[in-house]
Design a protein around this ligand. Structure first.
Ligand code: IVH
Length: 588
């Protein structure tokens, strides 16, 4: 057989197997047989490069990485859907459509799952895939053609069947990763210590927006198409006819799409899909209803950003029950104390949940959450899972109310809770959980302003136990700095001289740098004036002194009093002064 014929034949055979495997989910050859065909094609095309066409199965991978994505204008803007949050709003949608169409008859809708992936547009010219783009701002998207070509469910050439091939076919669809594909991808990433994707949607988005399409090719992406853009050369009367044509052209269409009538069937479809949701191999976050007739769609028209002829029905947030194994208390970089429930791991919509935030003591009290409780946990989209309620009937005997300790779990200093605030805080200047953040704030431009004392330097100095509190900055020696990674002799000297310069400072800068709760730049200036730049007087002030200051309210004074109650904080200030910090009197 001549090579030209053979090349076309293998291309056709491979395209057919792709279609059977990725679109029909019904492969008839093994992976090995498939690879053999692909290798034969690669070998023939290498010998006859003039025979390589853009729609050849060999052209899905191997493109050179891009430096940036180009822009693509959508011929018709990619709109979004308005949402119905519950049954009532779904019914209201149908009522509104009937009213606008001035009819009492049941409306014919197409009901579709709302896929939780990434909206894209594909453009075929005379049946050949030309380019594809992200939704972007709806008008202009990013050119992700190379990446889309790696998705084998997307035909590079439309199947002919008995259908006309449109000269232009623009279609919209959702690229997604299956729940299994997501778990597999994350376990590979875990093994190589890469950051894990939070959920399948993020994994799909991250994979599709790779400048190197060879990376995209390794990701298990798939697609379902659901919406027309511009189409030239073929006309459809209904949305369903359009979807049927897509299937015949070999473009994947979701198998749960149904032709339905009226509000009752909308609700039935919505509830059916909601109960199937966890059994589907991919994530959906709702359902979509589109008026089937294109002429009625036209009559109904569009609002500013979404059509009047369609609506998305959102599912309730995902909830599951599990058991609280323990409650840990975390200290944030700003001293905020947050209780976190450690859960018996559970799957919620494709994501394993092991922790849930309990926010603060009020929240714990309100829900009466205890260690050992069985709880209802909810994950809504990308947010941190939260505890909806305790299942009291399942509470084991001898549990106790949970109370956050009134000392910091990291440094054991007392924590305080301001009036009207739910959050407890540790105000210890030298608390190890906060020390990096505290130092960064202390040296920042509006505080004592040490030039060149950046985040990376703080990181190294704290990790090497050279710095454990802010006053130690003033006793840093040349060797402390010069021995650090990537620290040139010159930079070490520059930093030391910047530290020297910072020692001549002002009351306002120094106090601001201490990061006392609610004491910002404005308040430090008021304190400066009141205490006449005398830091000792400020340190020894009591509640009465502070309350007398006009412009300073009880919440601010409470934070100040609590800060100075910790004698270690006073010691840090005294030690700074002993080591050369000089607080200038203001220019009055
Ligand atoms: S139709 C004019 N159908 O949801 C209507 N969208 O807010 C255009 N989506 O950006 C969208 N499944 O990414 C449509 N069956 C479906 C969908 C769907 C998911 C996404 C799509 C769109 C967003 C709508």
């Amino acid at each position: 057989m001549d090579f030209a014929k053979r090349i076309l034949e293998i291309q056709r055979i491979i395209n057919n197997h792709n279609y059977r495997y990725y679109v029909l989910n019904n492969p008839i050859i093994t992976d090995n047989q498939y690879d053999k065909l692909l290798r034969e094609l690669e070998a023939l095309e290498a010998k006859h490069p003039e025979m390589v066409t853009p729609d050849s199965p060999t052209q899905r991978v191997g493109a050179a990485p891009l430096t940036e994505f180009g822009a693509i204008q959508h011929a018709i803007p990619m709109q979004s859907l308005s949402n119905a949050m519950n049954d009532k709003e779904l019914i209201a949608f149908d009522t509104h459509v009937k009213k606008l169409l001035n009819t009492d008859s049941e409306i014919n809708y197409v009901a579709e799952p709302k896929l939780d992936g990434l909206g894209v547009e594909l453009v075929y010219q005379d049946g050949i895939f030309q380019h594809g783009s992200t939704r972007g701002d709806g008008v202009t998207g990013e050119d992700i053609t190379q990446n889309l070509k790696t998705i084998k469910a997307i035909p590079l050439k439309l199947r002919y069947g008995n259908n006309f091939i449109p000269s232009i076919l623009e279609i919209r669809g959702e690229v997604f990763i299956t729940k299994d594909g997501f778990n597999e991808l994350n376990s590979i990433r875990e093994a190589s210590r890469e950051n894990l994707f939070a959920n399948p949607r993020n994994a799909a988005a991250g994979s599709l927006r790779q400048l190197d399409s060879n990376i995209t090719a390794e990701r298990p992406l798939s697609i379902f198409c659901y919406q027309p853009g511009t189409i030239e050369g073929v006309e459809f009367a209904t949305h369903m006819e359009f979807l049927e044509a897509l299937k015949k052209w070999g473009i994947p269409v979701n198998p749960y799409i149904r032709n339905i009538f009226g509000a009752d069937e909308i609700l039935k479809y919505h509830h059916d899909m909601e109960s199937k949701r966890n059994d589907l191999p991919y994530e959906i976050d709702g359902t979509v209803y589109k008026v089937n007739s294109f002429s009625l769609q036209e009559t109904l028209g569009i609002r500013s950003r979404s059509p009047r002829w369609a609506i998305a029905g959102k599912f309730k947030a995902q909830q599951v029950t599990t058991v609280i194994k323990d409650i840990d208390v975390q200290v944030g970089r700003t001293g905020a104390i947050t209780p976190v429930a450690r859960l018996e791991p559970v799957q919620v919509g494709g994501v394993t949940v092991t922790n849930a935030t309990l926010h603060n003591q009020d929240e714990i009290d309100r829900k009466d959450v205890r260690i050992g409780d069985t709880v209802l946990v909810e994950r809504a989209g990308d947010v941190i899972p939260k505890i909806v309620k305790v299942i009291i009937e399942k509470r084991p005997q001898n549990t106790e109310k949970y109370q956050i300790q009134n000392t910091c779990p990291i440094c054991q200093h007392p924590v305080y809770r301001a009036k009207d605030e739910a959050v407890m805080r540790c105000q210890n200047l030298s608390c190890p959980a906060q020390i990096k953040g505290r130092i960064e704030h202390f040296v920042s431009r509006n505080a004592i302003d040490i030039d060149g004392f950046g985040e990376k330097l703080v990181e190294q100095l704290v990790n090497k136990n050279i710095l454990s509190s802010v006053d130690k900055i003033f006793t840093l020696k040349y060797e402390d700095l010069a021995n650090l990674e990537r620290m040139a002799d010159r930079s070490a000297k520059n930093i030391l001289s910047a530290i020297e310069n910072s020692k001549n400072t002002t009351f306002a800068r120094f106090v601001y740098g201490l990061g006392i709760r609610n004491v910002g730049e404005h308040i430090t200036k008021i304190l400066d004036r009141h205490f006449n730049s005398d830091i000792n007087a400020f340190m020894n002030s009591n509640r009465d002194d502070l309350d007398k200051i006009f412009e300073i309210g009880p919440i601010v004074s409470e934070g100040i009093v609590q800060f100075w109650e910790d004698s270690d904080n006073k010691n840090v200030v005294l030690s700074s002064i002993n080591n050369g910090v000089n607080i200038a009197k203001p220019d009055l």
